[in-house]
Design a protein. Structure first.
Length: 190
């Protein structure tokens, strides 16, 4: 496995519309790409990553919400000279190939979103509260699954990437400009 470079705004490749994974592409190379994407996502750290974010314009995304594991010991770590204790999490990696949303809810949920391609910027985004997704696994098998809560939001966020859409594109013009200005300041201070 390898950690891949994550594209960041304003990289024009992030606006690329991804193409479907074809039948002959369900092979070891696709599995390796999914493994590398998961390793890259965990390293970032994040909970979702679309292939286009690592420069591959294929309809492939990975998600792991990493829920808390009540049976595991808390994890201690040190950041900026301060010790912290975090709840242990479970790894539950999911891979979606050629996902298509069907039957999105009419009710919307608002969640504060961030993105590995727009680092350190967060904003509230309205999305359908539930949805059903049709997708293939890494062996090409077809699945259909109803999603809700954070998983529904995360899937919709990652699927936006497949259409060349970033979460900040859902914001008003003013809020998007403010977010990009903030990102520019953060980069200049680094």
């Amino acid at each position: 496995m390898a950690i891949l470079e994550i594209l960041e705004v304003p990289d024009p490749r992030l606006k690329t519309i991804s193409v479907p994974v074809e039948a002959d592409e369900f092979n070891d190379d696709l599995k390796q790409l999914a493994d590398d994407m998961l390793e890259t996502m965990y390293d970032a750290p994040g909970i979702g990553l679309a292939a286009i974010q690592v420069g591959v314009p294929k309809r492939l995304l990975v998600i792991d919400l990493q829920p808390e594991d009540p049976d595991a010991e808390p994890v201690e770590c040190e950041h900026d000279g301060h010790k912290h204790t975090h709840p242990a999490t479970k790894f539950e990696p999911r891979v979606f190939v050629n996902p298509v949303i069907v039957d999105p809810a009419e009710e919307f949920a608002t969640l504060n979103e961030g993105c590995l391609s727009v680092p350190e910027i967060y904003a509230d985004v309205d999305r359908p509260a539930t949805c059903t997704v049709k997708y293939q696994d890494l062996d090409g098998n077809h699945h259909e699954e109803a999603l809700e809560g954070m998983m529904a939001t995360c899937l919709q966020h990652e699927m936006d990437h497949l259409e060349g859409i970033l979460f900040i594109d859902h914001l008003s013009n003013l809020k998007r400009k403010m977010a990009l200005k903030k990102l520019k300041k953060i980069r200049a201070a680094a």
